[in-house]
Ligand binder design. Structure first.
Ligand code: DX5
Ligand code: ZN
Length: 235
């Protein structure tokens, strides 16, 4: 039929590459004495801020909580992607929403079934993601892909910035990308830990589209150039 030649039919391979790259710098690597200025410097070239909330129980470290989130909310409109490395994340959702969080990601190692988190977050106007540690299989979160807006694959053990990227998690990203695409969902797949311009292409090709980068952005001499290098890596 003549019209089949004029209507472009996009092959699945190209379709899967239409996903949007989103850069989420982790403020854990920023200069906390000049946090507002550090955020302002990159604000125009990033999609959200990644905020690592740690409780000293789920991970052996303490970091950022509501006062810092509230202070940042007064100086930026960027979405806050709050990564809750805490054993009782659900208890803090109201305070996080009040402080200005827009998204919360909880860990599958804590919430085997995130349904109560998703329900409360919806009431509070927060979107939800679920995270898996390097050792946790993608099957742990597969049943919930439709209920959340983001799947986070940790590419380091959670707890500290500046660690080396664990390449072995990439097959999990591939599995989750296939799952999301096969169901026609727009669920974001985020990768967090040791991400830099050098491995951006690899993690994108595996299927991640939200890239967290702490040290690679905020410890760089030129944070804006570092973000632009990540963007250029996938073109
Ligand atoms: C680690 C945190 C990461 C960390 C990433 O537990 O979840 O978000 O800040 O830092 P880099 O990019 O330096 O590995
Ligand atoms: Zn994180």
């Amino acid at each position: 039929m003549f019209w089949s030649q004029t209507i472009p039919v996009m092959p699945p391979m190209l379709r899967s590459h239409m996903r949007e790259l989103k850069i989420a710098p982790s403020i854990l690597a920023a200069d906390f004495a000049n946090l507002g200025a550090s955020v302002a410097e990159v604000a125009d070239v990033v999609d959200m801020l990644h905020v690592d909330v740690m409780d000293g129980h789920f991970v052996p470290n303490l970091t950022i909580g509501m006062p810092v989130i509230a202070a940042l909310r007064r100086v930026t409109d960027l979405p806050f992607d709050c990564h809750l490395m805490t054993t009782n994340a659900i208890d803090y959702l109201p305070a996080l929403a009040e402080a200005g969080a827009t998204h919360v990601t909880v860990h599958a190692e804590v919430y085997q079934d995130p349904t109560p988190v998703v329900a409360l977050a919806a009431e509070l106007g927060l979107t939800v993601g679920i995270a898996i540690n390097p050792i946790t299989p993608p099957e742990a979160i597969a049943p919930f892909v439709e209920d959340v807006t983001m799947l986070l694959v940790m590419s380091v053990e959670p707890g500290f910035g500046g660690q080396t990227f664990i390449e072995a998690v990439l097959p999990k990203v591939e599995t989750l990308r296939k799952l999301v695409d096969s169901q026609g969902l727009g669920t974001d797949i985020e990768i967090d830990g040791g991400i830099s311009p050098a491995n951006t292409r690899r993690v994108w090709d595996a299927g991640a589209n939200v890239l967290v980068a702490g040290s690679a952005v905020f410890a760089a001499d030129d944070p804006v150039a570092a973000v632009m290098k990540m963007r250029a890596a996938i073109t």
